[in-house]
Ligand binder design. Structure first.
Ligand SMILES: *Cc1c(COP(=O)(O)O)cnc(C)c1O
Length: 417
């Protein structure tokens, strides 16, 4: 096979269905079948496929200019998107650096944090703290701050890992004791190593690719306080959680706090074109000011701020704001929660729901062997990660389509024995 697929053992690979076109929440295959998409093409396609308003905005921008370098030139779509992102994100994130994917957005965030301390005259503040079971992308520094897993195993010998701490147990509504246990671990680490720790990067409220683990936003308030106390920068990776997925526009809002640096990607461009943004506080931005290049951020992806990507993002945010998407997301949360009550089995470890995310953690990955094929036969597209079966549908999904997805999940689980 000439085409090399991601996260795939290519030996004896099965023939994959090929998508011909897509409309709304439905993928249409070359073979004439159709699948309801339950996972928004890696969580990005929030408005569904082939959205008329986004298509129109994109075509109009293509007829103006499709791409121009942001090195030495500027353009309206990038400037407007920067303004808009500053407006809609938590207070204090006032500066926007664009890049072409979530992983690169993470690299930029880590560069900002590490160079911040260098620019401020510190030596030795070079270590990064992250959460166990986190996932921050597939490039090298992003792998280093992601927990070891199938994603990183092949590179264990070359990764220089920092420190990893546990998320609090107990889910969204954890008890004070559960939160306290996790906070004590962070505080002990900071107390001991503040001189060498530069930053703490985490996925706020839910860790996605690392197992769809939901944790208390109150933990984030404590982490914010400890980062301030020990002069450590706090980085939120909202590549998966941003743009409404958790029921708030950004997951940081659950905690009512602002990180020093925040990354967004995936849903930012609604699944049309890969792009990401790394936002920084004025404190971080100002440390890069100086009379020479020495203090400047020497990073610049070729396609950063691509006008088509920025146009899609602007149109997407306009739709989210004008069409009351948070209500749509609340409805998805309600439908999933109600239907999950009817799905019961000894094979289930735990069911979790947050915003437009529904998770069924099975006790054993074996319970999901053949599930993806079953879904295709039943006309839906779902793709578990190990023992984690999850739904992250496009926000425009109809109740009927959502109920079909949930029925297929229930049918599969009911026939396990
Ligand atoms: C997907 C993801 C990334 C990586 O984004 P890419 O666009 O695939 O490089 C980083 N962080 C989180 C939380 C993600 O979910």
């Amino acid at each position: 096979m000439k085409l090399w697929f991601p996260y795939k053992q290519m030996k004896n690979m099965e023939v994959l269905l090929s998508v011909k076109n897509a409309q709304g929440a439905v993928l249409h295959m070359e073979n004439g079948t159709a699948l309801i998409d339950g996972i928004s093409s890696w969580w990005a396609v929030i408005h569904g496929y082939n959205h008329p308003d986004i298509n129109a905005a994109l075509i109009s921008q293509i007829n103006q200019v499709s791409h121009v370098m942001l090195g030495g030139l500027s353009h309206q779509p990038a400037a407007q998107l920067a303004d808009t992102l500053v407006r809609i994100t938590p207070q204090g994130l006032n500066h926007v650096f664009f890049s072409d994917s979530g992983s690169i957005g993470v690299e930029v965030a880590l560069k900002m944090a590490l160079q911040y301390f260098k620019n401020e005259g510190y030596t030795g503040k070079t270590i990064i703290v992250s959460l166990k079971n986190g996932y921050h992308g597939d490039t090298f520094k992003a792998m280093e701050v992601s927990d070891d897993s199938d994603f990183t195993n092949a590179f264990d010998d070359v990764l220089h890992r920092g420190y990893f701490v546990n998320i609090p147990t107990g889910g969204y509504n954890a008890t004070d004791t559960e939160i306290e246990t996790a906070v004590v671990e962070v505080e002990a680490l900071f107390k001991q190593d503040a001189a060498t720790i530069a930053c703490f990067i985490l996925e706020p409220v839910i860790q996605c690719a690392g197992g769809m683990n939901i944790y208390s936003p109150l933990y984030l308030q404590h982490v914010r306080r400890l980062c301030d106390e020990y002069n450590i920068l706090l980085i939120f990776d909202e590549v998966a959680t941003g743009f409404g997925r958790t029921g708030k526009l950004f997951a940081a809002e659950h905690a009512g706090i602002s990180p020093d640096i925040m990354i967004m990607g995936k849903a930012m461009t609604a699944g049309y074109i890969g792009h990401a943004a790394t936002l920084a506080s004025t404190k971080v931005f100002n440390s890069f000011l100086g009379d020479t290049y020495e203090k400047a951020l020497m990073h610049g992806p070729t396609f950063m701020g691509n006008p088509l990507a920025c146009t899609v993002a602007l149109q997407s945010i306009k739709i989210i704001e004008e069409q009351n998407y948070l209500a749509k997301i609340a409805n998805i949360e309600h439908v999933i929660s109600e239907q999950f009550k009817t799905i019961q089995s000894d094979f289930i470890q735990e069911k979790r729901v947050l915003g437009a995310i529904g998770v069924i953690e099975m006790k054993d990955a074996q319970s999901l062997a053949g599930f993806n094929k079953f879904c295709q036969e039943e006309g839906v597209w779902l793709r578990p990660i190990g023992n984690i079966l999850y739904l992250m549908p496009p926000y425009i999904i109809s109740d009927k389509q959502l109920l079909t997805l949930l029925k297929v999940i229930k049918d599969w689980i009911d026939k396990l024995a």
